[in-house]
Write a protein that binds this ligand. Structure first.
Ligand code: IMP
Ligand code: MG
Length: 332
């Protein structure tokens, strides 16, 4: 792994935060780099406490890991400071000098837009902030005096780290099916490309420097906001099956649908996945709860994993069996 990318497979909320936090601890990562913006929440459990992080990389759980916010990212300054305080990472977090900032007006524009209401955006203002950046009128992190002690050239630092054999993880946010360019779901998408290539690009890492692309699938699919969800079931049915969730970021109900193998294959191909993770297997097969060994899984759960591997053509390296960072079967 020296350089790996984590990509969400579907519409976000696949459990990337959990997979990242596991890898940060288990693989003793040197750097975790967060891309995207504040609209995505990554859930991490540490010492029995739940963190829903919108800005701080999920790798914060490993106290030796350096945390960076990518050049392509958009920084929400109040949320950044709130989370730095909450996670106590003052000394090991940095923001790329060329990252841009989201301002209060962007959120107001997002919420006032009839189009965005129809799409069901998160209301954080990321779309308007990205528009502003494309117009070349955005404010960059390096122009904000209050960020002075956090701003740095992360692109040079990350490439130096890779030259020196350090372990770097690039954290994707949202999921591939929300990609502005590639999901086919336009306009029901987020304001950026969420694919592996774009994640590398946001961090300033060239494609030939990436060793692994890890796709994170959830064992069923969920979506918040509007737009198609193939195979969608009703909220009542979702509750019955134990799949009903609310969003970590906005608290909205998540819509849900069974795992779609055809979609899973498409996503693996376009992202060039080398490995995958399947999370929340315990929601599909309650007997899996807390399992740490593949051999302890019931046959139907093993069959499901085998089918994911067969249909996607990618080995399932990690299987999530509960919310804690260590509730994982590691098959690597
Ligand atoms: P925006 O990213 O706030 O502009 O919202 C665009 C679409 O992406 C909406 O359907 C949101 O619900 C969805 N979305 C954005 N971020 C996330 C996320 O982190 N998890 C799930 N859905 C998201
Ligand atoms: Mg989320």
């Amino acid at each position: 792994m020296p350089c790996a990318i984590i990509v969400g497979a579907f519409w976000g909320d696949e459990g990337k935060g959990k997979i990242i936090s596991y890898l940060a601890l288990k693989d003793k990562l040197d750097f975790c780099v967060r891309t995207g913006s504040v609209n995505a929440a990554h859930t991490v459990w540490k010492d029995g406490q739940k963190y829903a992080l919108h800005m701080v990389p999920a790798g914060f759980i490993n106290e030796k890991c350096l945390l960076r916010i990518a050049a392509g990212a958009n920084v929400h300054i109040p949320q950044f400071f709130k989370e730095v305080e909450l996670t106590q990472v003052h000394k090991r977090i940095g923001i790329d000098e060329n990252a841009s900032v989201i301002e209060e007006k962007h959120s107001a524009q997002d919420k006032a837009s009839a189009v965005n209401k129809g799409i069901g955006t998160t209301g954080w203002g990321v779309g308007p902030a990205v528009e502003e950046r494309a117009r070349r009128t955005a404010t960059l992190a390096k122009d904000m005096p209050e960020l002075k002690s956090y701003v740095m050239d992360t692109v040079t630092e990350i490439n130096d780290a890779l030259d020196n054999g350090k372990k770097v993880l690039l954290e994707g946010t949202q999921g591939f099916m929300l990609s502005l360019f590639l999901s086919g779901g336009y306009p029901f998408v987020t304001s950026r490309d969420t694919s592996a290539s774009a994640i590398a690009s946001e961090a300033g890492v060239g494609p030939t420097r990436v060793d692994d692309v890890i796709i994170v699938y959830k064992s069923f699919m969920t979506r918040v906001g509007a737009g198609p969800l193939p195979g969608e079931i009703t909220k009542e049915e979702a509750k019955e099956r134990g799949w009903f969730e609310t969003a970590a970021g906005t608290g909205r109900d998540r819509r849900s649908a069974p795992f779609n193998f055809e979609l899973a294959r498409k996503v693996a191909r376009i992202n060039g996945a080398t490995q995958s993770a399947v999370t929340k297997l315990d929601c599909l097969f309650p007997k899996c709860q807390g399992a740490r060994k593949f051999s302890d899984l019931p046959q139907e759960a093993k069959d499901f994993i085998a089918e994911v591997e067969k249909k996607t053509g990618v080995p399932v390296a990690l299987v999530g069996t509960g919310p804690g960072a260590l509730d994982i079967i590691d098959r690597r």
